[in-house]
Design a protein around this ligand. Structure first.
Ligand code: GAP
Length: 457
């Protein structure tokens, strides 16, 4: 296969209804994207697979769905108001705004680790190497300044228009502020987990790269509350492995994933690493795992004045639990899936096809139901309606059967079911496998069981 480029991926996603540019008819809005009919199924299935693994199958994990807008004190307690910033600077000639750390990493082709530099070090690097503006090629930067990443809105309860509310920049705080509610209502014993999937917003400047870094995105976050530092380090190792296993079980190749330890730890973290993925534009972050100590619950205890102490029901010991956080962007993972499972094949006879080898559990449509000829449509619709009660199916009667197979391959439909004249005689259909392109004949009444077995995750 020719190397997948981001341009090719963006075009493919647009043409097949996976992802469109946001507000396209108004010339778009930078760093926003809309999922189309195929993409919304893919992303929903990815979220379902994650929830199944980290909530449904984790005996002591519980889900929440917290409000996006939270009391502004939450963001003071978490440290975001004071320090959730990016180092940015503007080109004085063409006004392009860049992130200083990204500029350094691109300039040095990943050799210089800007993550490990503070602002004066970044400034010194850029000055010393005379790093030029990527847009106009001039070296005429404003000094590096810290730009706040939280979006603000105003509630205007009093008419004074001065009640600032933030759009949450991470879902995690919704889990922390509900720690006591969840513990009390589920009677959970430490260690236990709280998970959430939801939107987060950051006023990011990004170098493009499709949905990799957007201003509005979904996070899938799981906080594991445990007793003390010893447990914190133990569960940190466990979640590193669990996060990697989840990706491998989805079918990611080992060689396309790696752990990357954080060199510069946040003040609240005692250990932190990312799992990085080999995107077409290079290795970059897919998810993060942090051992956050008892920092978050202690901060909320101090700022809210509410007790965050867990009382051990056996020993009566009282303590603020420690937390191991596993956080992955639903959009970021969807992008990695779109990169990893894309394939272009030359078939016997010289024909070519684009095929997505998604794990069947996350494939947008599980089944395409196709009449061999239009006069078989009535019987085919009957089969389609029955299957659609169980999983997402699509019906297609337009064009040659070969063309219809290609249309399904390029959106990763694992099974194409063809209804032909034999179906009318004995009730059997052909089932074509997306990856091997082999066909078998089975009774239409056995289809639900057959497909359900294949789409387990
Ligand atoms: N609660 C911890 C936290 O938010 P983070 O490393 O800032 O940590 C976690 O974000 C994950 O969220 C990242 O690994 C990435 O998958 C996703 N993410 C973060 N910022 C994003 C953005 N601007 N666009 C898309 N995904 C993003």
């Amino acid at each position: 296969m020719e190397k997948l480029t981001m341009d090719k991926l963006v075009a493919h996603c647009k043409n097949t209804g996976i992802v469109y540019p946001g507000s396209e008819i108004y010339d778009g809005l930078a760093n926003t994207w809309d999922y189309g009919p195929v993409g919304v199924e893919l992303k929903n299935n990815i979220k379902k697979a994650w929830w199944k693994r980290f909530v449904q199958e984790s005996e002591n994990s519980f889900g929440v769905d917290a409000a996006i807008m939270m009391n502004p004190r939450v963001w003071e307690a978490s440290g975001h108001v004071a320090s959730f910033t990016d180092p940015k600077m503007d080109c004085k000639i063409c006004k392009t705004r860049v992130r200083a750390d990204n500029l350094i990493e691109t300039f040095s082709k990943g050799e210089a680790d800007a993550d490990a530099m503070d602002i004066p070090e970044m400034q010194a690097y850029i000055d010393e190497h005379k790093v030029k503006c990527p847009t106009c090629g001039n070296f005429a930067w404003t000094p590096i300044r810290q730009f706040h990443l939280m979006f603000q809105t105003k509630r205007d309860l009093t008419g004074a228009n001065d009640d600032v509310i933030y759009l949450r920049p991470e879902t995690a705080q919704g889990e922390f502020v509900n720690f006591m509610n969840v513990q009390r209502t589920t009677r959970a014993k430490v260690p236990f987990g709280i998970a959430q999937i939801g939107k987060a917003f950051r006023n990011e400047i990004t170098p493009g790269n499709f949905t990799f870094r957007t201003i509005e995105f979904e996070q899938m976050e799981h906080q594991w509350f445990c007793k003390n530092e010893e447990d914190g380090f133990k569960y940190y190792e466990k979640y590193k492995k669990d996060a990697m296993d989840f990706l491998l079980d989805l079918g990611f190749k080992k060689e396309d994933l790696a752990y990357k330890d954080h060199e510069k730890l946040a003040h609240y973290a005692k250990a932190a690493c990312d799992i990085i993925f080999k995107y077409p534009f290079g290795w970059n972050e897919l998810n993060g795992i942090h051992y956050r100590t008892d920092f978050d619950l202690t901060q909320h205890q101090n700022y809210s004045g509410k007790n965050m102490m867990y009382i051990d029901p056996v020993t009566n010991e009282k303590y603020v639990p420690h937390d191991v956080e596993y956080s992955i962007g639903a959009d970021r993972l969807t992008l990695a899936v779109l990169c990893e499972f894309y394939d272009e094949q030359t078939l016997e006879g010289g024909d070519t096809r684009i095929v997505y080898h998604f794990h069947p559990a996350i494939a947008p449509y599980k089944v395409a139901v196709l009449p061999l000829q239009k006069n078989l449509s009535e019987k085919t619709r009957e089969i389609y309606k029955n299957l659609a009660k169980h999983f997402m199916c699509t019906f297609d009667e337009a064009g040659s059967i070969g063309k219809r197979y290609r249309r399904q391959d390029q959106i990763g439909t694992p099974f194409c079911i063809t209804v032909d004249f034999e179906t009318l005689e004995n009730g059997t259909v052909t089932v074509r496998d997306r990856d091997t392109m082999e066909q078998i004949r089975i009774n239409a009444n056995d289809l639900v069981k057959y497909v359900e077995n294949k789409i387990q995750f």
